[in-house]
Design a protein around this ligand. Structure first.
Ligand code: AHG
Ligand code: MN
Ligand code: MN
Length: 337
């Protein structure tokens, strides 16, 4: 049986008029950078890549060596690609326009170079998340403000997961597709066309240790899940929490479920933990393109008007009917106020 490589898949998407040659090449460069990150991650203790970098990012989080290495790999791979006007990352305070001497293009790239940092040193799956936007018309050198476009404006989004196998999950707005890295040839090979998330689920993913900090609607929703068969939901639920968003979302794309990182009052200045521009938006598009849903508990993630590059949002995503149910608890509570 002939294999469909990522290269062939992208050429066919271009021939079908779904992507331009520029976008095809940009995605190929990002995929190649992710292959390099996969190699670095895979070396583990032998590569001297584990542990802290001894620095912090703009959000005051300690950076791991692999956060910095992955960020550098993505920046360098894209610098000479010629398809970008600028890029932005979890690990950089501000967006960086492509230097004048480099070839330029019309796209903006946002990424979380290494998601699930806390899992690096314990050999649990981590990943890279990315989102592609268009440079606004008439802008010459883009600044942070040019990135503040809603998730519906994304022309492509994806993640790679560095697990027992390395996979790339991609959407260009026409379904969500899975590719598996063939470690012998270094090529991503199409392994599932058109992923579909089951509409109903009996599995939820949440960090329960924050329960006492949640708002009442969230408390009520989870209480009802935990009540199981004899409670108002009339069925038993199972729980999973990997603490790498890529790994939790990957499970949901594969077998369904709901992933929640809600608002909590631990730090009232932070509306949630996850970042809108390079975590919630790309994951939201991938999930919607697979028939699932993504909200902030009240509204569709992809329609949120961004106000900051590193803005945080509550995230509810996965099986459509379960996300609708969780969202209903919040809306009902708002109406009762
Ligand atoms: P990052 O490593 O890019 O900062 O993201 C970590 C995120 C996400 O991957 C995960 O779902 C969540 O943080 C885990 O949070 P807890 O530590 O609260 O479980
Ligand atoms: Mn992350
Ligand atoms: Mn990260």
């Amino acid at each position: 049986m002939s294999r469909t490589s990522l290269t062939r898949f992208l050429v066919e998407e271009q021939q079908a008029g779904r992507i331009t040659a520029d976008l095809r090449q940009l995605i190929a460069i990002v995929a190649r950078a992710c292959t390099s990150i996969s190699i670095a991650v895979g070396k583990g203790a032998l590569g001297g890549v584990l542990g802290d970098a001894g620095t912090g990012n703009v959000q005051g989080e300690a950076q791991k060596k692999l956060d910095v290495i992955s960020n550098d790999i993505l920046l360098e791979a894209n610098a000479w690609g010629g398809h970008l006007a600028a890029c932005a990352s979890e690990e950089m305070d501000h967006s960086t326009p492509m230097p004048a001497e480099y070839p330029h293009g019309d796209f903006l790239l946002l990424f979380d170079p290494l998601d699930g940092s806390s899992n690096i040193d314990v050999n649990v799956s981590v990943g890279t998340i990315f989102s592609v936007l268009r440079k606004p018309a008439g802008v010459d050198v883009p600044g942070d403000g040019d990135f503040l476009q809603p998730g519906t404006a994304q022309v492509a989004a994806g993640y790679t997961i560095y697990g027992p196998s390395t996979m790339l999950i991609l959407t260009v707005g026409h379904g969500t597709h899975a590719f598996t890295l063939d470690r012998e040839t270094g090529e991503f090979v199409l392994s599932q066309r058109g992923m579909r998330i089951p509409e109903d689920t009996r599995e939820f993913a949440i960090n329960m240790s924050n329960q006492r900090h949640w708002e009442p609607a969230m408390q009520a929703y989870v209480t009802d899940l935990l009540a199981g068969k004899t409670g108002p939901r009339g069925k038993d639920f199972n729980m999973r929490w990997i603490a790498s968003m890529v790994a939790d979302v990957h499970r949901i794309l594969t077998r369904g479920g709901i992933f929640i990182y809600p608002w909590d009052k631990k730090d009232p200045s932070k509306p949630g933990k996850l970042r809108l521009m390079y975590e919630a938006n790309p994951m939201g598009l991938l999930v919607e393109q697979a028939g699932g849903a993504a909200t902030n508990g009240r509204e569709r993630i992809l329609e949120i008007e961004p106000t900051g590059l590193h803005q945080r949002v509550p995230v509810f995503l996965g099986s459509k009917n379960e996300v609708a149910e969780a969202t209903r608890y919040h809306r009902n509570a708002d109406q009762a106020e």
